[in-house]
Ligand binder design. Structure first.
Ligand SMILES: Cc1cc2nc3c(=O)[nH]c(=O)nc-3n(C[C@H](O)[C@H](O)[C@H](O)COP(=O)(O)OP(=O)(O)OC[C@H]3O[C@@H](n4cnc5c(N)ncnc54)[C@H](O)[C@@H]3O)c2cc1C
Length: 811
């Protein structure tokens, strides 16, 4: 065993081997993999080996496409067969809603360059004669679906990595990890120790245990999973004889089963409602190539329905039943990337679909280690998307929910109930009593909309405009005509203090830093000039800066901030979490309302747009910003949580005769659309440049230096590839949600990032990206956006449809 290495990958499942291969491919040779037993001896060996590109997040879908395309390359390099069967797959819809979902998936596949086709039931039946047509309404064919040999594939990665210079140590268990003074890792194993610059946790079923070696409790849980393999079936033999090829894969959402051909029979697996976690606290080290006791009763409801839908299956003999564990994160996507607070410690865990995702995970992680950037938008699988609230109990509830819903539709307005409420503010009960419909925002209950008296505070889930539509309209109109109040506790809040704070922030951000008492809005770029953050920064006094950003990205951002802190201690960084909470008031009467609660001068001259001040509001010590995301005159008032209830009560009392109304996040998002404001994770993501996103006015290129400046200059000079646009859409009863293709002259040329209804301008609005060359085409109906399978005419809005001069918020 080597004594010093650049990277030690812990775990020889398909994921660890993929990471190892991709590291050698990216040029790092001094890399080793340490495996407790044999390769594949976690969940990998008993996998059903299916692969597909479908994923709720388009960026993960893209990485799945990469994984599936990789297998030919691996076979060529290693000479090891992956046992590929590229048979294609059918997704079978049993309801109108499921068909709408497939139409959306098909439209999205179009702009991702993935090959899918919508089918009528006779067409589907022709491809898969085993199915009973009457139970379905339509289908989608995914040409990339197939299956492989898990053992062969893992060894193909491993052999390719060895050819690239990596070493693999089998029968060697990592027993402890210790961070040394020089920042490297001391890796103790059952066969001696070594020193590694980087450690990768690819421990699969033992990912939690490896995490605990460094004090981490990762949100990962293994679930039992069953599939059965039938004896030879005459229907399969006949199909193969007649057509000369295998049956396609199939997913039957209604019965929650997936199936594919295996030899001359069928493999049939279920994601059953009555699912069972495996080893909820600790995975025993002596668990090896074992299977769990099958429990057919648990999957009986799925089998019963499945046998009705595929009658030949009911007659088939069952050769064997596999029950094995594999791991999930709370949302079902992998946990990948560097861990905040632990430089040199990386995760590649919770990969529930190793044969669809393993290649993409390996590629992203290797690029991240070698180049400092994953090279893609990997947000949906970044380990930093969870905070301290994702505890073991939370993870258990969410993973069970996610497993049981694996084949259920998630509607765009659907809030899932498990593990809620996890975090609440002092206003939770008060807002509920006012009719609030709550949503989960990074583990915190946040008001989405308010049901008036007599209306049930509950969403009717749908892809179309739903029951909240008239109530959100009322909230939007009230904010624009009188004054509204909303809770904004869910924002991320930070403080940077010290003599080096200004220079530090100026180096990280594209804009200049504010003077004391002022605010700036600023994007943050990575070294490649791509957007990795968008913040509001206020200077409360020289050397002290407060900052607000996206709640979901706060661990992700902390990781970046910490990695760039000066070594001399001249900057101290603090993340407030829930120790700072906020209320926003917005609308033409908001100044009058604030004036009633403070003795400070809040006149338009005394407290200007983008001013920041520490002031007493309703007796509470508050930090007040004159900004809102509504595009109205408005204020954000930030207080410690013990003052939030008082502040709220006093605002409500003072606002009664000003027609104050509560409004929720959904109204806020509609209001910002009317102003063409972009939003983080939708319009602003690490695949876009700052000029592409239209944030020109927040970039100060006269600053001598900031991270990403050279790339930003190059982007400006070259014009970038795409441009963010705003569109008015001829929508009927369904608005743009995000991830729909944008068409121009019969071709898909871009994608929508978000949309909704502009209630105050009475138009359906959307934002998205199109090639720069088309971004000026402002002809009426020059574009189309595909909403639920229908192409709707859309016209570029060259200026915000509401208050284009911005006079209302500046006034
Ligand atoms: C019944 C079943 C069917 C499935 N079907 C499919 C399918 O059709 N398609 C699909 O894509 N996925 C499927 N999966 C999921 C798939 O198996 C997983 O996604 C994949 O195996 C995850 O691989 P991994 O490398 O992350 O973890 P694992 O395979 O668990 O590998 C982790 C490895 O790390 C080693 N290790 C852990 N701790 C240490 C340590 N301290 N020191 C040294 N070594 C250590 C372990 O010995 C193990 O070999 C299925 C899973 C099951 C159970």
């Amino acid at each position: 065993m080597k004594t010093h290495v650049r990277v030690a990958v812990i775990g020889g499942g398909v994921v660890g081997c993929s990471v190892l291969y991709h590291l050698t491919k990216a040029g790092w040779k001094d890399v080793v993999l340490i495996e407790r037993d044999q390769l594949t001896s976690g969940s990998t060996w008993h996998a059903a080996g299916g692969f597909h590109t479908l994923n709720g997040d388009p960026n993960v879908a893209k990485l799945q496409g990469y994984t599936i395309g990789l297998y030919d390359e691996l076979e060529k390099i290693s000479g090891q067969s992956c046992g590929l069967h590229r048979s294609g797959g059918l997704l079978l819809a049993d309801t109108k809603e499921r068909m709408e979902w497939l139409k959306m998936a098909h439209a999205r596949a179009r702009y991702l360059g993935l090959e899918t086709e919508l089918l009528t039931m006779p067409e589907a039946k022709n491809l898969l004669p085993l199915l009973e047509e009457k139970y379905f309404v339509g289908a989608m064919l995914d040409a990339a679906d197939g299956n492989l040999d898990p053992y062969g594939t893992t060894h193909a990665y491993a052999k390719s990595a060895r050819i690239g210079g990596a070493e693999i140590y089998l029968h060697t268990r990592v027993t402890a990890l210790e961070r040394r003074g020089d920042g490297t890792w001391h890796v103790s194993t059952s066969n001696g120790s070594l020193n590694a610059e980087h450690v990768v946790n690819a421990g699969g079923l033992w990912a939690r245990e490896v995490g605990r070696m460094v004090g981490l409790e990762l949100p990962v849980l293994a679930m039992e999973h069953m599939y059965l393999v039938t004896d030879e079936m005459p229907e399969v033999v006949e199909f193969n004889r007649e057509r000369g090829h295998e049956l396609p894969h199939a997913i039957d959402f209604k019965s929650e089963i997936y199936m594919r051909q295996e030899h001359k029979g069928i493999v049939l697996g279920t994601y059953e409602r009555a699912c069972v976690p495996w080893q909820p606290r600790t995975t025993p080290w002596d668990f090896g190539a074992q299977l769990l006791e099958p429990d057919l009763d648990r999957i009986a409801p799925s089998l019963e329905l499945g046998f009705k839908h595929f009658p030949a299956m009911a007659k088939a003999g069952i050769k064997r039943v596999i029950n094995g564990p594999f791991t999930f994160s709370p949302d079902g996507n992998p946990l990948v990337g560097p861990v905040q607070g632990l430089p040199g410690f990386w995760c590649a865990c919770a990969v529930m679909a190793g044969f669809s995702q393993g290649g993409g995970v390996g590629l992203a992680l290797a690029q991240w280690m070698v180049n400092g950037d994953p090279g893609f938008d990997v947000w949906a699988m970044d380990v930093a998307r969870y905070g301290e609230w994702a505890t073991r109990g939370y993870t258990n509830e969410k993973v069970r929910e996610n497993y049981a819903r694996r084949f259920s539709i998630r509607f765009p307005n659907e809030e899932l109930p498990a593990a809620r409420p996890q975090q609440t503010t002092a206003l939770y009960d008060v807002l509920l009593a006012q009719g609030a419909v709550m949503g989960d925002s990074w583990g915190l209950e946040t008001p989405l909309w308010f049901a008036p008296k007599g209306v049930e505070p509950k969403d009717v889930v749908s892809f179309h405009r739903s029951n909240d539509f008239p109530h959100i309209k009322a909230e939007c109109l009230a904010v624009r005509s009188t004054v509204g109040l909303t809770e904004i506790a869910n924002f991320a809040k930070y403080e940077f203090v010290g003599e080096g704070a200004e220079a530090y922030l100026a180096k990280l951000m594209t804009n200049r830093m504010p003077l004391p008492g002022r605010i700036v809005l600023t994007p943050m770029l990575n070294h490649q000039g791509k957007l990795i953050g968008d913040f509001t920064i206020a200077c409360s006094e020289p050397g002290r800066y407060l900052m607000w950003g996206s709640s979901q990205a706060q661990i992700h951002h902390m990781r970046w901030f910490e990695a760039h802190l000066p070594a001399n201690g001249s900057v101290r960084l603090h993340r407030f979490g829930m120790s700072l909470t906020g209320i926003s008031i917005a609308g033409p009467h908001s100044r009058e309302l604030l004036a009633r609660l403070t003795d400070e001068d809040v006149s338009s001259k005394g407290f200007r747009f983008l001013d920041h001040r520490l002031m007493e509001v309703a007796n509470c010590p508050a930090k007040v910003n004159r900004v809102t995301y509504t595009g109205e005159l408005g204020y954000e008032i930030w207080v410690a949580p013990e003052y939030q209830r008082r502040l709220y009560d006093r605002i409500c009392a003072a606002g009664r005769d000003l027609s104050l109304i509560p409004f929720g996040m959904r109204a806020l998002l509609c209001l910002r659309l009317e102003k063409n404001f972009p939003t983080w994770f939708r319009e602003l993501r690490p695949i876009y440049g700052v000029f592409e996103a239209g944030l020109d006015r927040f970039v100060d290129l006269s600053k001598p230096d900031f991270i990403g400046r050279d790339a930003a200059l190059a982007e400006k000079a070259g014009g970038g590839k795409v441009r963010r646009i705003s569109l008015a859409v001829d929508a009927f009863d369904a608005d743009v949600l995000g991830d729909e293709p944008i068409w121009h002259q019969g071709k898909v040329i871009g994608w929508a990032t978000s949309g909704g209804y502009g209630h105050c301008v009475d138009r359906s609005l959307a934002q998205g990206y199109v090639p720069v060359s088309l971004a000026e085409d402002s002809g009426a109906g020059a574009f189309e956006v595909e909403i639920l399978g229908e192409r709707r005419a859309a016209t570029i809005l060259t200026e915000p449809p509401f208050d284009p001069s911005g006079s209302r918020m500046r006034g």
